[in-house]
Write a protein that binds this ligand. Sequence first.
Ligand SMILES: [Fe+2]
Length: 388
Amino acid sequence: MTIVLHSPIVTSHTEPLSDSTNLPEHAEGLPCAWTVADIENESRWIFRLSAPEANELIVGVRRAYVAGKSLLDYHRENFDFKLSLPRLADAFREVRDGRGMALVKNLPREGVSAEEFELMTWAIGLYFGVARPQDRQSRYINVVKDVGGVYRSPTGRGYSTNSELDFHVDGSDVVLLSCYNQAPVGGMSMCTSSIKAYEVVRKERPELAAALHTPYPFSRNGEQTEDEPPWFLAPLAGVEGGHLFCAWNRNRLENALKTEGVPPITSLQREAVEYLDTVVRRPDLMYCMHLEPGDLQLLSNQTVLHSRTSFEDHADESRKRTLYRLWLATPDSRELPPGWEHAYGTREGGAVRGGTKGHHYDEACRRFDKRQAQAMNMKQPESTRSLR
Ligand SMILES: [Fe+2]
């Protein structure tokens, strides 16, 4: 496939797209601006499925399963999940309105095959949003497993390596990570509230917080379609509708800066991201957890940054660290700040947005997006509808 390189319109790098001095005054007290102490002192972000709820999930998956059927051809009506939906809905509510992070425990795992576990993750997604493609292959669900990829390469993606990852966000409203197997050593999941980290930067170094509102270049890591430029400009922080949003991805910034035609960032912009990266790793802000088999982690990519430590794996293929990652556009998503449309395709709330269209977005993908958008009663912007 020929990739046509388009250059984004380059705007002034020193002009903030939103005002860091005009933030919602109550942002600091919001549940999404959490510290480790907040997370450890309460468990409202942890949701435990009861035995009947968990059983319903695996029974529903086994009834719906058809050998050889593509995930894109399953409908949510195929899965009878009445009992467990309210608890799962509570977890999604916590992601949007609470901590921006939720952990659902007790997904059935004992005696469940990897294929069944993957389908269960997919089926849960069918009830709560429109799954988005995630990579060059236009895959809608990815197995997070070490297959020997190189994270620090122009096209590197962390999920296929065993490397320690930088703090980052994924490319959708919400990311779901379900744990099938955990590594014997390492592979710890780390999360930091990007809203809290931003607040700390603003308090300690307000001039650096202001720089986070200016556009930075981010690479599409060679995964762009013919219609997309190889990189785009977007601020890390922004305000919309009285809400603060903060995202960050060092790997994509560094890759963009090595791309021909990308303007350098200013020394103030560089200092701002370096400072942010030290703040997100402060022990009072960085929450570490070990995902266990049967755990489902849900994160908002607009209020939480995530990372994971490096790991050593089992030699036995069937026991290797295996997680399933799903990216969702959600029906109750908020309108995004100015400049974020380059990352999401649109700023419009409640729309099918985000994802990496990749190089294999075909008729099956188009059909799925359209049908699932209708099922969720979500708007499908032109940028999603007309993909080639
Ligand atoms: Fe990620």
